[in-house]
Design a binder for this molecule. Structure first.
Ligand SMILES: *Cc1c(COP(=O)(O)O)cnc(C)c1O
Length: 230
């Protein structure tokens, strides 16, 4: 079941890449495994998937030792500063940085752990009240503030677009995020590259790929409906 789902997601990714004149290798599929049991993650692993996304630190802590060590864990959810330390020996990237204090906490723990943490800045692309993330105008000032911090590498931008029945309605947000990332990239700020655009979920990942997503985060299309919305 999960293997079949992955196959059909892969097919849709390939088609979106072809439409956009992009190479499949330029898009990383992150399987969003939040609330799913490790058996399901193992099935995705056995089907060849290596990038998993979780939105709660606690779930990464629980699942991490139960899966093979070559899984790459992406932290994609809102992150409390006091939990940052648990990610240092487990996660490859934090997608959801939206404040200077959080970036500082990641920097501090990364230095302590002797590693560099790749981070993305989360943008609230549609300005939704219910969502975390920065306004467009707050991204560059935050980047300038945190770029000098040791232990972190700013790699790009992330957004969670509005839930929609019609993915075309999110195209404008993906376009704007891409434009912002190009604009920031051209400023050549030390320790800042904008090579990652994490955008697109089950409802809209094809449009996101057409608009330049390098990382898509797909849960429902692979694992089915979650029992509770997180
Ligand atoms: C749950 C979640 C996803 C995946 O959503 P689906 O619609 O199930 O594909 C992607 N990104 C984030 C940040 C999430 O919390």
């Amino acid at each position: 079941m999960i293997a079949n789902n992955i196959q059909s997601v892969e097919k849709r990714i390939a088609e979106a890449c072809r439409r956009a004149g992009r190479s499949r290798e330029d898009v990383t599929l992150i399987c969003v495994t939040k609330t799913m049991p490790v058996e399901d993650l193992q099935q995705a692993y056995d089907a060849g998937q290596r990038c998993f996304g979780e939105n709660r630190v606690q779930e990464i802590i629980e699942k991490y030792p139960q899966l093979p060590p070559d899984v790459q864990w992406h932290m994609i959810g809102h992150l409390q500063r006091n939990k940052v330390k648990y990610l240092m020996d487990r996660a490859v990237m934090v997608h959801s940085v939206d404040s200077a204090p959080l970036a500082q906490a990641i920097s501090r723990e990364a230095v302590k752990a002797g590693r560099i943490m790749d981070i993305l800045l989360e943008v609230n692309a549609a300005g939704e009240e219910s969502k975390f993330g920065l306004g467009y105008g707050d991204v560059l000032p935050l980047i300038r503030e945190i770029a000098p911090l040791p232990g972190i590498r700013i790699c790009g931008l992330m957004t969670v677009a509005p839930y929609t029945e019609d993915p075309e309605t999110n195209r404008v947000f993906f376009k704007k995020l891409r434009e912002l990332s190009v604009d920031i990239g051209q400023r050549c700020i030390d320790n800042v590259s904008m090579h990652i655009l994490s955008m697109g979920m089950t409802g809209d990942f094809e449009v996101a790929i057409e608009e330049g997503a390098t990382h898509i985060r797909v849960g429902t299309a692979i694992f089915g409906q979650r029992n509770y919305p997180v």
